[in-house]
Design a protein around this ligand. Structure first.
Ligand code: SUD
Ligand code: ADP
Length: 271
């Protein structure tokens, strides 16, 4: 069976408070985007091993057994019988980008195994399993625009449709660690909820919707801040860093022409 895990962007991100467990409560809107990779499973009953894993495309900096796809498989296997399976991942979403590619792989793997072997796992249980894999993993189970609170795992659907807009996504080679990004923010609850702010006309978002990570990340890595500026100069109606970076996206009414450093990842598409 085959599926196509996709990336997400964060439209606004407020770090609300630090929790006793070290994590942070936040407020964000997750929006799925059609930057996809390929995840394939083939049943392999002849095999003695419970799984084999191979990957192509962008090389992930994790050992095969630490790959989130395998972690997802192991979470299911705690409570369900799964026959030996060959897994192949063709990676196309840059990681360490704030695009949630690893989280998407984990959640799509849970959905895939559930469907392929007709395990009948409920949507609620899939959400719980995904939340064990990563804070923003649960979003990818339903993969629909959502307002997220808690550590990013409490989800409420939102009526947000960016169809027709062109998205430009740029990522420099810079790596921003997620814990480092959280430690650079002074948590504070915001006056207006993102649920209301996203109802404003998109042209007004830049005056009201912010990503709390930008201030310290742009200070430590000025090249990321420059990308945001360049996206506005290229005519973006709204531009923001996604999640904890290092990718930055711009939303445009017309297809933009954007020149970047040859080493930067660049992806432009009409939504
Ligand atoms: C910042 C966000 C925003 O969407 O996304 P990315 O930029 O990673 O895509 C998420 O909160 C990232 O979620 P995710 O990448 O799944 O986080 P995890 O692997 O669970 O946690 C990595 C580390 O980030 C910190 N962390 C994560 C989530 C959270 N709500 N509070 C935290 O303080 C913790 O230090 C944790 O050890
Ligand atoms: N299948 C996978 N794809 C990407 N990263 C993975 C995967 N499995 C494990 N990882 C680990 O998860 C980390 C974060 O991945 P990802 O969710 O794509 O980035 P981000 O936190 O920027 O959204 C990577 O640095 C990598 O070590």
């Amino acid at each position: 069976m085959i599926c196509y895990p996709n990336a997400k962007i964060n439209i606004g991100l407020n770090v609300v408070e630090k929790r006793p467990d070290g994590y942070h409560n936040l407020e964000t809107v997750f929006y799925p985007i059609p930057l996809t990779e390929i995840l394939e499973t083939v049943v392999n009953i002849e095999d003695e091993q419970s799984f084999t894993f191979s990957n192509s495309g962008i090389k992930v900096d994790a050992l095969p057994e630490d790959n989130i796809c395998i972690k997802a498989l192991n979470i299911i296997k705690k409570n369900y019988d799964v026959p030996p399976v060959k897994i192949h991942l063709h990676k196309a979403i840059p990681f360490g980008a704030g695009l949630g590619g690893g989280s998407a792989d984990g959640a799509f793997m849970l959905n895939l195994i559930n469907k392929e072997f007709e395990l009948g796992i409920s949507n609620e249980e899939l959400h719980n399993m995904a939340a064990q894999l990563g804070a923003d993993c649960a979003f990818f189970i339903n993969n629909k625009p959502a307002y997220a609170t808690g550590i990013g795992d409490i989800l409420q659907p939102v009526n947000l449709d960016l169809s027709g807009y062109h998205i430009a996504l740029i990522k420099p080679p810079t790596h921003v660690s997620t814990p480092e990004a959280y430690s650079g923010v002074n948590p504070k609850s915001s006056e207006n909820s993102l649920v209301d702010l996203i109802k404003l006309p998109l042209e007004q978002w830049k005056h009201h919707i912010k990503n709390d990570f930008e201030k310290s990340v742009f200070k430590n890595h000025p090249e990321i801040g420059r990308i945001k500026m360049e996206l506005y100069e290229a005519g973006a109606a709204y531009a923001s860093m996604s999640g904890s970076g290092s990718s930055v996206f711009g939303l445009f009414k017309e297809a933009p022409e954007i020149k970047t450093h040859p080493e930067y990842f660049k992806w432009i598409k009409q939504l």
